[in-house]
Design a binder for this molecule. Structure first.
Ligand code: SP5
Ligand code: ZN
Length: 351
């Protein structure tokens, strides 16, 4: 049976143009061409059945995100343009509502303009909003939920070519090129549909701070992540090994921060630790947050993985016997993104 690949063209209209790196505008690393390249490689490979996503409503999104965040992302562009914003430039917040902004935990007023509100929902200057951003983020969620549906309908694995990615987005937070947390929305959907447990394996180079935050106090969704040590790498403030969950979620968050120049073998050792933890818990489906920014040539990351290791990672994850909802997160070395995706999926397919 060919592996279902769920993809949508809605992402093409989400082109942030620039992100601010150390205060300077640079071309967005998270570009439409990334998903175009992955799609090209999968279409050129045999054994993949492309399908458009089914449209889902907002209920699955608001099961993990605040309605305020959805409202903001839906309307901020048209509000800003109506207020005179130049429609050719992306929106990036000017004013960030950091915790230190007020002595009270809750901010005591709401700015009238949605643009002025952005900075209370955003944690970086690399996640621009343009006219097509909301539709693309909604389509990425639809892609993820449709991939999950194929797996619930008994496919051993399905791949959702999500763009924009999702794992940095929290309950009421966007950032890190992410707006809605595709993987978290899928995990929530699985437990809402009756699974007693879900597991998320995050193999993006960066810590999935959003996914961790969403399930921090939850005992029904286990989150395991292998990522760059936040002491040196984005998202800097979260992802340490002593972050293990609270309340019902105690012990249900596993962070394995790693040093720079991480080798294939060291990565596989970390993978084995995460899979052992997943297999010690009940469940039949693993949601994979799949990033290729662990690749040695990635322009913004510092691991040293090679293409063949992606096949081996896929093979080991599939060898758990669990079914896999595989969702695209990061990966910025465009020329090899397609090869790396094909390698991972073929490994998981056992071919
Ligand atoms: C989904 C995902 O992978 N999001 C990652 C967001 C990372 N954004 C921070 C980029 C920092 C860029 N630093 C540039 C250094 C160039 N040498
Ligand atoms: Zn990443």
């Amino acid at each position: 049976m060919p592996t279902p690949v769920i993809a949508s063209d809605a992402h093409l209209a989400h082109d942030g143009l620039i992100e601010l790196v150390h205060g300077s505008p640079v071309a967005c690393y998270e570009s439409p061409a990334r998903a175009v390249e992955i799609e090209r490689a999968l279409r050129a490979a045999d054994g993949y059945a492309f399908e458009p996503p089914d449209e889902h409503g907002t209920a699955a999104i608001t099961a993990v995100h605040d309605t305020d965040l959805v409202d903001l992302l839906e309307h901020v562009w048209t509000d800003a343009v109506a207020a005179g914003h130049d429609g050719r430039r992306p929106l990036i917040p000017d004013t960030f509502a950091t915790e230190a902004f007020t002595t009270r935990h809750e901010l005591s007023g709401t700015p009238l303009s949605r643009f002025d509100r952005l900075g209370s929902y955003c944690f970086d200057t690399a996640t621009p909003i343009v006219e097509g951003t909301y539709a693309a983020a909604r389509a990425a969620v639809d892609v993820a939920l449709t991939a999950a549906r194929r797996v619930l309908d008994s496919a051993p694995l399905a791949y959702g070519l999500c763009r924009p990615p999702g794992h940095h987005a929290g309950t009421r937070l966007f950032g890190g090129y992410c707006y809605f947390n595709n993987a978290a929305i899928v995990a929530q959907r699985l437990v809402s549909l009756g699974a007693s447990r879900a597991a998320i394996l995050d193999v993006d180079f960066h810590h999935g701070n959003g996914t961790q935050q969403i399930f921090w106090r939850r005992g029904d969704v286990f989150y395991a992540s292998i990522h760059a040590d936040p002491a040196r790498q984005y998202p800097f403030f979260l992802g340490h090994s002593n972050e293990t969950g609270e309340g019902d979620g105690v012990g249900e968050n596993l962070n394995l921060p790693q040093p720079a120049d991480l080798s294939d073998d060291a990565y596989l050792a970390a993978i084995d630790r995460t899979l052992e933890a997943i297999l010690s818990r009940p469940g039949s489906i693993i949601v994979v947050s799949l990033g290729f920014d662990t690749y040695g040539l990635d322009p913004i990351c510092d691991f040293a993985l090679t293409t063949p290791v992606y096949a081996e990672i896929g093979r080991r994850v599939a060898a758990t016997g669990r079914r896999l909802v595989i969702l695209q997160e990061g990966g910025y070395y465009r020329p090899h993104l397609g090869n790396n995706a094909v390698a991972w999926l073929r490994g998981a397919e056992g071919r």
